[in-house]
Design a protein around this ligand. Sequence first.
Ligand SMILES: Cc1cc2nc3c(=O)[nH]c(=O)nc-3n(C[C@H](O)[C@H](O)[C@H](O)COP(=O)(O)O)c2cc1C
Length: 226
Amino acid sequence: MHNLLILHSSGRVNRSITRQLASQFRQQWQDAFADAHILERDLVASPCSLVDEPWIAAAFTPDSEQTAFMRQRLEQSNTLVKELMAADHVVIGAPLYNFGMPAALKAYFDQIVRVGKTFAFDPAQPEPYTPLLGQTPVTVIISAGDGALLPGGPLYHLNSLEPHLKTLAGFIGLAEPDFVRVGYDEYQDDRHLDSKERAAKALSDHVRTVVARRRSQAGMLEKVVG
Ligand SMILES: Cc1cc2nc3c(=O)[nH]c(=O)nc-3n(C[C@H](O)[C@H](O)[C@H](O)COP(=O)(O)O)c2cc1C
């Protein structure tokens, strides 16, 4: 089984660039693996709950001491954590909204960054935080209205989306994300068309590499197990 988890966070459905590129990824993955299992989470159509006081109290209570009410408050989070742990590859569609990630995506991360589940915390250790995921590969598809906010652009220092996603991924033990980026959506000029074309090509090459790597890992695993 080759589990792909796709997270969408664009408020747009029909004209969304991140959704279009994520579906390109999906198609290539499906074509590559006959037994692909693909789970798509639309974080806008089905938003994650916001973290509130009962949620925090529940999340910081050991499983064995949780009340039925606490378990109920953590139901969504537990499901999302399980899905993430089961994924062999994660694709995140992340439009640049107000210099950062859309609230829908931040709400997701607030649900899955969980002490004892996706990271461990031991204040007695010199390194108190330990990521608990096993370096699951992540592809982040970014689209921005202004290309100047993308790496190499004069306003990149204002882009808090990419550093934030890298920090979150590292904190819970996802691999360092691979980024595919489209810029200039707000200009709709040649720079945008060019950027979209390059991104589709870069993504296609990237998925081929990801698939080849996965196939060789699966082959090695088969040798060890079988
Ligand atoms: C609420 C909102 C905030 C945005 N903020 C920014 C921004 O800070 N910088 C930017 O370059 N583009 C910004 N944009 C433009 C989007 O990043 C751009 O349209 C992108 O293509 C959206 O992704 P999508 O095509 O998947 O919907 C914003 C768009 C919206 C709807």
